[in-house]
Write a protein of this length. Structure first.
Length: 75
């Protein structure tokens, strides 16, 4: 493996943590700007407001428990 391939491999390994950080930043920026943010958890979708309150929006189905790489057709 060449040095450039090693560097690219290393950078690709950083993508999950970088994307998680980007989502966290977007979440807090939206709340700081006074917007409601939708989050999922506890069997549903909730609206989170800048003052910390949460409102129930919609129930969701149980998450699928599938191995990585499984293809699922969504209709």
């Amino acid at each position: 493996m060449t040095d450039s391939e090693k560097a690219l491999d290393y950078l690709e390994q950083q993508l999950p943590s970088l994307s998680a950080a980007a989502v966290d930043i977007a979440y807090w920026r939206a709340l700081a700007a006074g917007h409601k943010v939708l989050v999922s958890g506890e069997g549903g979708i909730y609206g989170v407001f800048p003052d910390g309150t949460r409102t129930f929006v919609k129930a969701t189905e149980k998450p699928l428990d599938l191995p990585v790489g499984t293809r699922v057709k969504i209709a």
